[in-house]
Design a binder for this molecule. Structure first.
Ligand code: AMP
Ligand code: MG
Length: 419
């Protein structure tokens, strides 16, 4: 059982999202622990209103969920469902709940999230660490076998059925769900401030003890250390990252990672290094982070736009380190090098979302002034002279959702936030 690996690994760095220290009244959580469960290191900190007993309950709950959902443990409900030869398999209430939400997300993402990718995940060796690159024919057969619509979930009778030979796993959603459920339980028990880092899936309860938001860092995928690219302020929200760097191997100069495109059964290659989703529902954030990694930038932004009801903020980090960040109230603006007739003409503003150009321009100029910078070109000039900018504006019009504040998110190529 994985449990035995326990605290030995606790000193290792935590996964994709990392907590930043901040100015809080209290400097230590009232109770905290680190455990190895669900194949990752988790850190649970109760800061206000929590007791050792509540912490123990949370830990016990995580071990129970691991026992139910492990795809490799022959005693788990998921293992039983995967090996039932096309017959119905019985599930407990929590598994039905998680599976039902996860299958909804498979549908919502058009199958970019597909729980039945598990046979392919195994074929690449991601479950054992004995990595291999399957031949094209094998991949084609594996891709044919991925189809979440074949999973029958009978919620009333608490049972599931998949075609013989098909296997599913909950690895892409289980930690987000666990965080959401634990947060709900802790709130009900009167905990007003807690920080749960479930191996890169961060779930917050309330804010810091002094009422200010938690600051959660998004890891720089290119960094060997656990360096942060930017920080997000959150209260009562989940912050979940899916990244190619989290589990990968190299062969013949190529890197292969654990997030697979269900269409090809091979690692999803869309030029992204990571996707972070911030929102009120940890299960949604986890499922969506995986799916948006698979979909890539353009299709992902379309999906984000089409589902404002989810209330999520998304941060895409490209392989070149540049960042796209979209939230409910943001207008996306980037600073990019401007090239005219092959000549670099300095750094200019690049709007990817322009509904009200004049309003956006005023806000951008104000931001630049605050930084002691001056915009050298009028926006009309930019649009008139620069093809890349014009394309960006056209693209922006397709992505536009709300006409609100302007946020300058970074300088292309550096991935660093400027404002
Ligand atoms: P996450 O770290 O949440 O992005 O989940 C990645 C894990 O989910 C992988 O390690 C696989 O076990 C599994 N997986 C890989 N690709 C997919 C996919 N397209 N849909 C669902 N699960 C996947
Ligand atoms: Mg996920």
């Amino acid at each position: 059982m994985k449990r035995a690996k326990g605290l030995r690994l606790a000193a290792l760095a935590l996964g994709g999202a990392v907590l930043l220290s901040g100015c809080v009244t209290r400097t230590e959580p009232s109770v905290s622990t680190q455990i190895f469960v669900m194949d990752t290191i988790m850190s649970l900190e109760l800061w206000e209103g929590g007791s050792q007993e509540q912490l123990n309950q949370a830990v016990e709950q995580l071990y129970q969920w691991e026992d139910l959902w492990s795809a490799t443990d022959e005693d788990s409900e998921i293992w039983a469902a995967d090996h039932s030869g096309g017959e119905w398999g019985t599930l407990s209430g929590d598994t039905v709940d998680l599976l039902s939400q996860a299958l909804d997300l498979c549908r919502l993402t058009g199958g970019a999230l597909d729980l039945t990718a598990y046979s392919a995940v195994k074929a690449w060796g991601f479950t054992t660490g004995e990595y291999r690159v399957p031949e094209e024919e094998e991949l084609a057969a594996l891709a044919d076998g991925i189809d979440h619509t074949q999973v029958e979930l009978d919620r009333d009778a608490c049972r599931v059925r998949l075609p013989a030979g098909m296997e599913l796993d909950l690895g892409a959603v289980a930690k987000g769900y666990a965080g959401a459920r634990l947060a709900e339980q802790l709130r009900e028990q009167g905990v007003t401030s807690a920080l749960l880092n479930l191996g890169g899936n961060v779930q917050t309860v309330g804010g810091k003890p002094d009422g200010s938001p938690w600051s959660v860092g998004v890891q720089d995928p290119a960094s060997e250390q656990v360096d942060n690219l930017l920080a997000i302020q959150v209260v009562d929200q989940a912050v979940v990252t899916s990244g190619s760097y989290q589990r990968c191997f190299q062969q013949d100069g190529q890197t292969y990672w654990h997030i697979l495109d269900p269409e090809t059964a091979a690692p999803a290659r869309t030029g992204l290094a990571s996707v972070t989703v911030v929102g009120p529902d940890g299960t949604v954030c986890d499922g969506l982070a995986t799916a948006l990694f698979v979909l890539g930038e353009e299709a992902g932004i379309e999906l984000w736009r089409a589902h404002s009801e989810l209330g999520v903020q998304v941060i895409w980090v490209r392989e070149d380190g540049s960042v796209i960040k979209l939230g409910d109230r943001d207008v996306l603006v980037r600073l990019d090098p401007m090239v005219i007739d092959g000549e670099p003409k300095g750094t200019v503003l690049m709007l990817q979302y322009v509904e009200n150009l004049q309003k956006a321009e005023i806000a951008v100029r104000q931001k630049l002034n605050q930084k002691g910078l001056v915009a050298k070109y009028s926006f009309q000039d930019i649009i008139g002279h620069s093809a890349p900018i014009q394309r960006a504006v056209e693209q922006a019009k397709r992505f536009a959702r709300t006409d609100s504040d302007v946020l300058i998110i970074g300088e292309s190529g550096t991935g660093k936030e400027l404002f």
